[in-house]
Design a binder for this molecule. Structure first.
Ligand code: HMG
Ligand code: MG
Length: 328
């Protein structure tokens, strides 16, 4: 992988849509995933195996996974599709679908071996811890220690069926309930235990968008001091205060090369009041390319998708770059 390559993880179909109050048709969600698959993105988070009582919008994620397996879309690069799974029920539901279609996806070992040539999707399951006890309770209905015990089984379950495991840590730069008082050493400690359990990557979530440049720097210094490798870290910035790209620049200086973003700037967490969307993928691609980095993502195509999906769900297009590109 060239040093100027940056991997973008598109989280629009999951983080982008999970908080929408009006039910979005399954066909629209599938169309979104398919359109994104054609843009050069290599990682797309497509749904969530969580309780439908907690997040009703993600209720049809099984159908999305089934569709991805049954009708893979020709994509310019091999695509890994990711789904959240916070507990045994989540991993069981995902596993049941994958076990019915064992030949329809590439295992992690096969994609590492470069066998991803037949257009088969690869898969990833993602757990999500929190950096504060109050957010853990609100988002997962348990304390951090209990959540980590559950995640051990989910991560092991993912490995057992040969799929990648991602682990988020939310509210790393600010918590809706505990404010700026989030301990970066606690974040590093949680990250270390998730990696020890077998997580392939830690995505550090600025759920509230409260992160600033100095605090991003402090967090990443703390991660490095704790021995967490930069290759194992992704950054997940929500853009509530408009600081996401500044914090991205700081992260790049620290050697981070994986960033989460959401087409059209969609997004928000139902358990983080006031938090708005993820940084827009259009803005991220434009910014990274202006620095001479390569994302492999087609900016025109992604801008079209941002305009289309925000129209479909009746929201304003939140990407300044997307609008400028389209002259909208
Ligand atoms: P709980 O109520 O303690 O769970 O919730 P439970 O085990 O007591 O089960 C309660 C009911 O839910 C039962 O159904 C279960 O079967 C069902 P009932 O018997 O009452 O009919 N259930 C499930 N159904 C489907 N799939 C499942 C599942 N689990 C239980 N996996 C639980 C605990 C974890 C389930 C709940 O708190 C939950 O679903 N939380 C998810 C919240 C969520 O999705 N938040 C948004 C994603 S995280 C995020 O956005 C942040 C991120 O973007 C990064 C960042 O920005 O920081 C990733
Ligand atoms: Mg998020």
């Amino acid at each position: 992988v060239p040093d100027n390559y940056v991997r973008i993880v598109e989280v629009g179909p999951r983080d982008g849509l999970q908080n929408e109050k009006k039910s979005i048709p399954l066909a629209t969600k599938i169309e979104l995933v398919e359109k994104l698959s054609r843009t050069g993105l290599s990682f797309i988070e497509a749904g969530s195996f969580v309780s439908p009582k907690w997040v009703p919008q993600m209720n049809n994620s099984s159908e999305i996974l089934e569709h991805i397996l049954a009708k893979p879309v020709p994509s310019p690069v091999p695509v890994t599709y990711s789904f959240l799974a916070p507990n045994a029920k989540g991993i069981d539901n995902a596993t049941a679908i994958l076990q019915k279609n064992p030949d329809a996806f590439l295992t992690q070992a096969q994609s590492f071996a470069g066998r991803n040539t037949e257009g088969k999707p690869a898969l990833e399951l993602a757990v999500f811890a929190a950096a504060t006890e109050s957010f853990s309770k609100k988002n997962l209905n348990c304390d951090i220690a209990t959540s980590l015990e559950k995640f051990r089984d989910v991560i092991q379950g993912a490995k057992n069926i040969g799929v990648r495991a991602r682990a988020y840590i939310s509210v790393v730069l600010g918590c809706p309930f505990e404010g700026y008082d989030v301990n970066p050493h606690k974040v590093a400690e949680i990250a270390a235990s998730l990696l020890e359990m077998g997580a392939d990557e830690i995505s550090l979530g600025d759920t509230t968008g409260m992160g600033t440049a100095p605090r991003t720097q402090e967090l990443l210094r703390c991660m490095a001091a704790a021995g967490i490798r930069k290759e194992d870290i992704a950054m997940h910035f929500h853009d509530t205060y408009g600081q996401a790209l500044v914090n991205t620049a700081i992260s790049l200086e620290h050697g981070i090369r994986t960033f989460d973003s959401s087409v059209g700037g969609l997004g928000g967490c139902p358990y983080s009041p006031g938090a708005t969307g993820n940084v827009a993928t259009e803005n991220m691609v434009y910014f990274l390319e202006s620095l001479g980095m390569d994302t492999g993502v087609d900016l025109d195509a992604i801008s079209d998708i941002g305009q289309w999906i925000t129209g479909e769900i009746g929201k304003a297009n939140d990407s300044a770059v997307g609008k400028a590109v389209l002259g909208a």
